[in-house]
Write a protein that binds this ligand. Structure first.
Ligand SMILES: NC(=O)c1ccc[n+]([C@@H]2O[C@H](COP(=O)([O-])OP(=O)(O)OC[C@H]3O[C@@H](n4cnc5c(N)ncnc54)[C@H](OP(=O)(O)O)[C@@H]3O)[C@@H](O)[C@H]2O)c1
Length: 330
């Protein structure tokens, strides 16, 4: 049984700014509502949206805590009165609306999944944000199927590494881009079938000349959208999850019509709890078996203690990481 103290350690964003604004502080331990569980956190994932939140560019959804952290793994310390399928003492990982950089977090029971068999808490904490985002956008909305080809930019990012692992587990071919030859090699090591250094290769022409792509999972936006469109096959799907090269893109409508392309996009944070619960159940059925069998691996770059959250953010912003950065709480 986990001791639930009245207060807990948490990392707060003292003011919008650089990594140094992340400060360790004491906060009241959050109180569960009837559909929630209280998670005694062992490890939490660091994601790029946390960096944007720290800079004041991606506020938490209404009603959510201001403590950053969109995913965590740990042990259930208490359950709300309407929670029936999770018990105190269960090992779970969860997609959080925020609050992962702390000793405890409350989360809707529907956003929880069991820690996959054989996984450490650190490995499990690396899963929810990237698994939910990649599943929802690449498989659910993007409809990537076995035998098709995925193009993913940022192939060594947390999202990119998960996209490669999931697409390969589901029988697709993967083309990834990265910003250096070393990162291209790392993306190949993660399982990509082909890579391009986006800084110098005419990747769009080469992909189009070599069979094209059926789905693009795009975190780049800007000038890459037109290039993505140019190498999408007939019936292709373009799914936007971020715009690291700019929120505005100049595109020609004609190839969208000629190739019957579909363009969509989404943010995970803003989705309704019922939608996250639906995704969680699909993921548990479709993705968890691949993780537990070892067909899909999770890639952890570095683990920092909770109190070094600002170092973890510096590391993410250096761009040196391959895969996930984790904060260890206990
Ligand atoms: N929509 C959603 O629901 C959702 C959910 C989670 C994350 N996201 C977004 O997905 C992206 C990845 O998240 P993450 O946590 O995996 O971040 P991350 O590990 O920090 O990765 C960011 C990646 O972006 C690439 N990149 C940066 N600037 C680029 C540019 N100008 N051109 C091309 N590539 C560039 C980097 O590749 P190189 O280092 O190789 O250049 C890096 O691999 C973030 O933008 C995040 O906000 C969206």
């Amino acid at each position: 049984m986990t001791d639930i103290s009245k207060s807990m350690r948490a990392i707060e964003i003292s003011t919008p700014g650089g990594p140094e604004v992340l400060k360790i502080t004491e906060r009241p331990t959050p109180i569960i509502r009837e559909n929630e569980v209280l998670l005694a956190i062992k490890a939490a994932g660091v994601n790029r949206p946390d960096v944007l939140q720290r800079m004041g560019m991606y506020p938490p959804p209404p009603g959510a805590t201001d403590i950053p952290g969109l995913e965590a793994a740990g042990v259930v310390a208490a359950i709300g009165k309407n929670v029936s399928d999770i018990n105190v003492g269960d090992k779970i990982c969860a997609l959080l609306p925020g609050g992962g950089y702390a000793d405890f977090a409350t989360v809707d029971a529907g956003s929880c999944l069991p820690v996959p068999t054989g996984f450490t808490f650190e490995q499990a904490a690396a899963l929810p944000e990237t698994v939910f985002t990649v599943w929802a956008n690449m498989i659910d909305d993007g409809d990537l199927k076995a035998g098709e080809t995925l193009l993913v930019h940022g192939g060594t990012s947390g999202i990119g590494a998960m996209a490669i692992a999931m697409a390969k587990a589901f029988g697709a071919k993967v083309i990834a881009t990265a910003g250096s030859d070393e990162k291209c090699q790392a993306a190949l090591n993660l399982g990509a079938d082909a890579t391009y250094n986006y800084r110098d290769a005419p990747w769009d022409k080469e992909i189009a000349d070599n069979g094209g792509a059926d789905v693009v999972l795009d975190m780049t936006g800007g000038d890459f959208v037109a290039r993505n469109i140019s190498c999408l096959n007939h019936g292709g799907r373009h799914v936007s999850i971020a715009f690291l090269r700019g929120a505005e893109a100049k595109i020609n409508i004609l190839p969208i019509m000629q190739k019957r392309l579909r363009l969509s996009g989404s943010t995970m944070k803003a989705r309704a709890l019922s939608e996250k619960a639906r995704l969680a159940r699909d993921i548990e059925k479709q993705v968890w078996p691949h993780l537990e069998s070892g067909k899909m691996a999770v890639t952890i770059d570095k683990i920092f203690p909770l109190e070094q959250a600002s170092e973890a953010h510096k590391h993410m912003e250096s761009g040196a990481h391959v895969g996930k950065i984790i904060l260890k709480t206990r």
